[in-house]
Design a protein around this ligand. Sequence first.
Ligand SMILES: [Zn+2]
Ligand SMILES: [Zn+2]
Length: 272
Amino acid sequence: MYFDCHSHTVNSDGKFTVEELCAAAYEKGMPGLTITDHCDMNFYHERDHYNRIRKCIDEIYEQKEKYAGKMEILCGVEMGEYLYDPENADKVLAFPGYDCILNSVHLVPEARFEQPYNRIPFSEDGSDEEITDYLEKYLDLLDRTVDSFDFDVLAHISCPVRYITGLHERKADMMQFEPMVRKILQKIIDRNIALEINSGGLNPRFHFCNVQNEEIFSLYKSMGGTLVTLGSDAHRTVGLCHGFETNVELLKKLGFTHYHYFKNRKPVAVEL
Ligand SMILES: [Zn+2]
Ligand SMILES: [Zn+2]
């Protein structure tokens, strides 16, 4: 079994409590789990992220104690849309106790679509050119977000593809912007930030879309990237470690020998 470094609880949009998620991870025989609830800055006030993340950290620390010596329970946060409100984002990032901070972009205000990409009805809205433009603006925003704060893992770099192609069956090719992808990867390599291989698309709802992980991780490897985390993006207990076999095989095929988890904001290597 594997460390799953990306999961959600009822403290954001997950369906289970911290306690329930940890119990399920233990039952599955997982060596460790990082809980990374959303702090999406576009919903910061509406969803009371400040108080809910603070509560989540307390709950994670209770479980850390409970499972000490049996399973590694790790405390994380998925910081989304940092540039939407850096001042309040920094308040959440200043909480003590994080093992791992994920950086995500789910919303591209510069694009024509106003919603986060999981809510845009791409199957009926948007020409091919607009989708291409969307991906370019997404990568540009991601690049600027990478420059803006201190984090440990770049989460689901190609997540828009999970929705555009996986859910809505429209063509989306991240690699048509290879120089932009390369620029982002170079920045994270230089800063010892890990790249998450996210398996959130590997289920029937998303038509088993593996979000171009092969192309992206092949490029990352060729650039000297070694720090990789496995993230299921589970919102339910059944999703923990979902799709990891597929992505572990892919990583091995590409020549990676280890994956990582973050403890106390430092990477720990685990043999693949
Ligand atoms: Zn996300
Ligand atoms: Zn997530």
